[in-house]
Design a protein around this ligand. Structure first.
Ligand SMILES: [Zn+2]
Ligand SMILES: [Zn+2]
Length: 252
């Protein structure tokens, strides 16, 4: 049995724990080490039970606690070569045996969890989402992406649950206080997924067998939980889909 526990999600810090029968891993550790320890304990999880940290991309909100946690708990850190090159100087010393390099698109195992890094489009060196499989279970994490490619939907087919980005309301970004360059970045194909695009992706995922979704990486200034939910529910309703179980991953 695989289970998801999103500890924190958003531009102020990301960390998500995935637990199997035999182990647990963190996807991203983008908050101070001590904050992540506290969040794990709050969710009845122990940092001692972790086997690894998987990094999606090198933005600070995804790596701030990686170095500290790797050193303190002897955790291997998994990322592709381009992400390692972009983040290494900011992690501090990582023991050589804990530097693990994967190829995007190629599966690998951490104990009983099969990990599939999915390429995505975002303004980082080589960003990925993750599909994680153990036994008959599959969980998928897709946040920090400018658009949802078809192959990512295929990779998420029949997932028991997906954490999917529902970053912003497009009109709130357009009419909001951010400088033009930042607005263009957020809305670009290398930015973040809007509530409307998240809704469209979930309609497609429903037809691929997905029934549980956790909306993640919500913007503080250009979104709120009620608006994200409402937009996604409406997109599903327009396709006569009422059976999707939805929740929102909290910001730190
Ligand atoms: Zn992020
Ligand atoms: Zn990012």
């Amino acid at each position: 049995m695989l289970s998801f526990c999103p500890l924190a999600s958003g531009s102020n810090g990301n960390a998500c724990c995935v637990s199997s029968a035999r182990t647990a891993v963190l996807i991203d550790a983008g908050l101070p080490g001590r904050t992540i320890e506290a969040l794990l304990h709050e969710n009845n999880l122990s940092p001692d039970s972790l086997s690894a940290i998987l990094v999606t991309h090198e933005h600070t909100d995804h790596i701030a606690g990686v170095g500290v946690l790797s050193r303190k708990y002897g955790l291997p850190v998994y990322a592709n070569a381009a992400t390692w090159a972009a983040m290494e100087a900011r992690l501090g010393e990582i023991r050589p045996q804990n530097v693990r390099v994967f190829e995007t698109g190629q599966d690998f195992y951490i104990k009983d969890i099969c990990v599939n890094p999915i390429p995505i489009s975002h303004d980082a060196a080589e960003p990925v989402g993750y599909a994680m499989m153990s036994g008959a279970n599959k969980l998928v994490m897709l946040t920090d992406l400018g658009f949802m490619p078809d192959y990512a939907l295929d990779a998420a087919e029949y997932a028991d649950a997906i954490v999917i980005e529902s970053n912003h309301d497009v009109e709130l970004v357009k009419n909001g206080p951010y400088p033009g360059q930042l607005k263009r970045r957020i809305l670009s194909s290398r930015g973040h997924l809007s509530n409307a695009d998240c809704g469209k992706a979930l309609v497609k995922l429903f037809s691929r067998g997905v029934r549980t979704a956790i909306l993640g990486h919500l913007s503080k200034d250009n979104n709120n939980e009620a608006l994200a939910m409402e937009t996604v529910v409406e997109a599903l309703r327009l396709s006569d889909i009422m059976e999707m179980k939805l929740s929102v991953a909290r910001r730190a």
